[in-house]
Design a protein around this ligand. Structure first.
Ligand SMILES: [Zn+2]
Length: 296
């Protein structure tokens, strides 16, 4: 088991700040376009990627990683000239995207989909382990069902819910003038994605959401993925192609009467071997697809 996965699992199980696990990690700041910056962990698993809007109206942060990354995020925000932090948006409930909420709520308003609040209020269990209910300070103060727009730093920032994809609590953030999109975990660059079946996620609707996002994106859009490097529309189309092709592959085998174990044993055609490089290995990705197909 790789170290990042252990840190991630430990966090989800214990839900306590494990600052020691983040000692060797730094945050890299990249100016993406317009008012938008990307912060990403280097040297270990810091959690998901962050987006920052900076300008006359102050700072807006998308996702806040783990509680143990809090001081590092604050230091990175100080390095961006944009005043005080006013809003934190959570792209979904997972601890590597909302783990800093209880600390950031002391200085900013947290906004997320209705189901982020619901899931943080109760114990959760998924592939990575169990988590306890979060304290009140971690719950988003403002929630929405379908969409919400913030008018800030000279642009409309649209926060839009995509149903039953990575979880049932996903929101994608569109920086409309800067031409940047933070997809949350509706995008893992060049690796199989985690689709949280226990949290209302489903590979089939996840794929549908990705297609809908691609159809809405301008050719020159810059994409901040939940995990992985800053990406382009071509990168996202390649991800979509993988989702479609691997799902078709599993469906064909399922229709031919093969069991989950038999499909896992057979594996994918060699073309998809390199996608096995992240948290989610081939056998688990086949399981996600198989279960999602059965739930259709
Ligand atoms: Zn996630």
């Amino acid at each position: 088991m790789k170290k990042p996965l252990i840190i991630f699992a430990l966090f989800l199980i214990s839900q306590i700040s494990i600052a020691d696990g983040f000692d060797g990690i730094t945050l890299k700041t990249t100016k993406v376009s317009g008012n938008v910056y990307m912060l990403e962990g280097v040297g270990g698993f810091a959690g998901g990627n962050l987006a920052v809007s900076a300008g006359d109206d102050g700072l807006l942060l998308v996702d806040d990683q783990f509680a143990g990354m809090n001081d590092k995020i604050k230091a990175a925000l100080k390095g961006i000239d944009g005043g005080d932090l006013r809003f934190v948006l959570n792209t979904h409930w997972h601890g590597d995207h909302s783990g800093g909420n209880a600390l950031f709520s002391q200085q900013a308003i947290i906004i997320a989909h209705d189901n982020v609040r619901k899931r943080l209020q109760a114990p959760q269990e998924n592939l990575f382990g169990k988590s306890t209910a979060q304290p009140k300070e971690a719950w988003p103060l403002i929630t929405f069902d379908e969409s919400l727009t913030l008018h800030m730093n000279g642009e409309a920032i649209d926060f839009i819910h995509f149903p039953n994809g990575h979880t049932d609590s996903d929101g994608v953030v569109f920086f409309t003038k800067s031409n940047v999109i933070h997809t949350g975990d509706h995008f893992f660059v060049d690796i199989f994605p985690f689709v949280d079946l226990n949290s209302g996620g489903n590979v089939i609707s996840y794929t549908k959401n990705v297609k809908s996002l691609i159809d809405q994106m301008p050719e020159d859009v810059k994409i901040i993925p939940g995990h992985g490097r800053l990406a382009t529309l071509d990168d996202y189309k390649r991800f979509y192609d993988m989702l479609i092709s691997t799902t078709d592959y599993v469906k064909t085998k399922l229709d031919a009467g093969m069991t989950l174990e038999q499909i896992q044993q057979a594996g994918f055609p060699e073309k998809w071997n390199s996608w096995n490089a992240g948290f989610i290995k081939t056998k688990v990705w086949i399981l996600f697809i198989y279960e999602s197909l059965l739930r259709q």
